[in-house]
Design a protein around this ligand. Structure first.
Ligand code: M6R
Length: 612
């Protein structure tokens, strides 16, 4: 996602802008640029494809650009290839208007046509140049000043934007506005700043205004004024940012969730390593010897939220590999439905925190009935870990973001290892096949890392759908389990209503909800179910759905049906949830970010639900 920084004060702008942009590098970019002006002098624009280092070298760290007022940008290409021409800032031909932009202007082609008819020509392929020239057009046509030109442009632009604009006639001001793309303003003694995100300016000020949708901000050296699109003044209070400028704990990521998403290769690897000795899966440390596993006649998996979804995946794995019946329950239901537990039945409680009230109560209920209990827990020494008969720890490390990612991934891995060991112990899986599966399991961290390298595609897609009201996730078998988790990720952090359905169930009711442009995410990683999934997706498409297909490399014919396809590396079909969930986590994350929401602390949610 693009990054924006702006500065007006008494210092030299360019070095400050470069430094701010560097703080936004984690957002990903392919080119960068600066526009700086020195009083009444014309604005100077410098742009470069590639890393910020290139721009910095071109400008001697910014020192070569004179001026105390400017805007800077790191661009991640959406319209037009990564190139110097397409890099921001963009400007009108006479440089009366100079702008940087983050977001996607959906009707830019239509606006471009309109401007061409009015004598404008275009040097880039970007929607941002269209925005700059549209503002210029209204500025010159109505002569109502910058605020009016911006307001008129905002009425015409469809899509998302955060815009920072300089007008030649206003040498001592920067203007900013946004819709569905983040923008913050900072004030300090004798200087004002703007940026896509707080870290860019935190070194200079902790006093920050959050610009709301369709507000316009007008910055000068000593103050910031806000108004509505109707040019009515707005009183806003700055928020005092209390967190550390370096935000060291986030490892340079904007949010803990993103950091934790990137920690998944490590979490998966550490969890595998903790339960494998030499070339053998060894659960005996938890008292789960082969003898004990052979005695298991039925498994009950009980958990809440994402942990429950990991349990649904575990059910498919254990039943398929070990041929032991598995029942999965939501803990809040299990604890009150007077479950029937018999000798030889194992109750598995999955919980990241190990403190979830319903899961703990379910554990106690199972123990009260004399069942053997196994906790799959992340927090060492937590109550569930202490009270269960056996414990398998996930090695995800501390998870801060409310939306779980790495802990869920680690839970999946424990499920695979348990299924394989159970199957080996019961003789339903040959040792050679088990060894092959373990080798494949070990390749998951690298495959997850590969998916993460391509996250910008998901980012682009999420930006396109950030205004969606509903979404549906469909899948069969393990893909249904993944859909459940993808749907929860979307709901909990982006506040978009979504539901996950077993694809075969659609025609029994849900399909009546599909209408023009409804987003339907079809997960199809299970080859034997592929054709059936395609049929279900076609059913949705013929009712107007916009289809995202999530499948493995090689299944390219999905593109005959899906409007947008995401591929994951091939793996053993039992392990595909570990890969398929990654793009879905990213989608939830980027939707939340593009809506300017609190990713790590979504409203109404707590990390650990310790009350009923
Ligand atoms: O700590 P637990 O794993 O027991 O928590 C269970 C759920 O509350 C948790 O997975 C929740 O659904 C997450 N916020 C989902 O991201």
């Amino acid at each position: 996602m693009c990054g924006i920084v702006g500065y007006i004060g008494s210092g030299q702008a360019a070095p400050i802008l470069l430094e701010g942009l560097a703080r936004l590098e984690y957002r990903g970019y392919d080119s960068a640029g600066l526009a700086v002006r020195d009083g009444e002098h014309d604005v100077e624009i410098v742009k470069a494809k590639g890393r910020l280092k290139v721009l910095s070298e071109m400008t001697d760290g910014g020192r070569a650009l004179r001026g105390d007022c400017g805007i800077g940008h790191t661009r991640w290409a959406t319209h037009g290839e990564p190139s110097t021409e397409n890099a921001h800032p963009h400007c009108s031909d006479d440089r009366a208007v100079v702008a940087v932009h983050n977001g996607i202007i959906e009707n830019y082609m239509e606006l471009r046509e309109k401007l061409i008819k009015n004598g404008y020509s275009f040097y880039s392929q970007t929607d941002t140049e269209v925005a700059a020239k549209l503002i210029d057009y209204y500025y010159k046509k109505y002569r109502g000043g910058p605020m009016e030109a911006l307001a008129r442009s905002m009425m015409r632009i469809r899509g998302s934007y955060a815009l920072a604009v300089m007008f030649r006639d206003c040498p001592n001001e920067i203007f900013a506005t946004r819709r569905d793309s983040p923008m913050i303003i900072g004030v300090a003694d004798g200087a004002s700043y703007l940026a896509s995100d707080v870290p860019a300016i935190l070194k200079h000020t902790r006093s920050v205004y959050y610009v709301d949708n369709l507000e316009i901000a007008r910055l000068n050296r000593s103050s910031v004024r806000f108004c509505t699109v109707d040019q009515e003044a707005i009183e806003k209070r700055p928020v005092e940012i209390t967190w550390d400028a370096e935000s060291a704990e986030k490892g340079g990521f904007e949010h803990f969730m993103m950091k934790e998403i990137h920690e998944q290769p490590r979490a998966v690897q550490d969890t595998i390593n903790s339960l494998v000795r030499g070339e053998q899966i060894d659960l005996s440390g938890a008292g789960l010897t082969d003898e004990a596993l052979r005695a298991v006649r039925q498994v009950h998996v009980v958990a809440c939220g994402s942990a429950y979804h990991a349990g649904v995946a575990m059910q498919y794995g254990i039943e398929d590999l070990a041929r032991v019946p598995v029942r999965v329950d939501v803990a809040s239901e299990f604890r009150y439905r007077r479950p029937i537990l018999r000798e030889g039945e194992l109750v598995v409680i999955i919980s990241q925190s190990g403190e979830t009230a319903d899961s703990l109560a379910a554990l106690r209920e199972a123990k009260a009935q004399g069942a053997d209990t196994l906790a799959v827990v992340n927090v060492v020494g937590s109550t569930i870990a202490r009270e269960a008969d056996h414990v398998l720890y996930t090695c995800a490390g501390p998870e801060i973001a409310v939306a779980t990612t790495k802990a869920y991934s680690a839970q999946l891995v424990v499920g695979y290892l348990l299924a394989i060991r159970l199957a080996l112990a019961r003789g339903t899986l040959e040792p050679e096949a088990g060894a092959r599966m373990l080798a494949e399991l070990r390749s998951l961290p690298e495959k997850i890392a590969r998916i993460l390298e391509d996250k910008e595609r998901i980012q682009w897609f999420a930006a396109k759908f950030s205004n969606a009201k509903h979404a549906f996730f469909i899948g069969r078998g393990l893909d249904y389990a993944v859909g459940l988790e993808g749907s929860l990720k979307m709901k909990e952090i982006s506040y978009i209503h979504s539901g996950a359905y077993a694809a075969g169930e659609l025609k029994h009711g849900t399909i009546s909800l599909i209408e023009e442009r409804t987003l339907v995410v079809g997960v199809l990683t299970q080859d034997p179910l592929f054709e059936k999934m395609i049929s279900n997706m076609v059913e949705c498409k013929s009712r107007g759905a916009y289809l995202m297909g999530l499948t493995s490399y090689g299944n390219y014919n999905v593109e005959d049906t899906a409007d947008f396809t995401v591929y994951i590396p091939r793996t053993d079909p039992h392990f595909t949830p570990s890969l398929a969930v990654i793009p879905l986590q990213l989608m939830g994350y980027y939707l939340s970010v593009s809506k300017g929401l609190d990713v790590d602390k979504p409203r109404n949610l707590a990390k650990s639900v310790t009350v009923e």
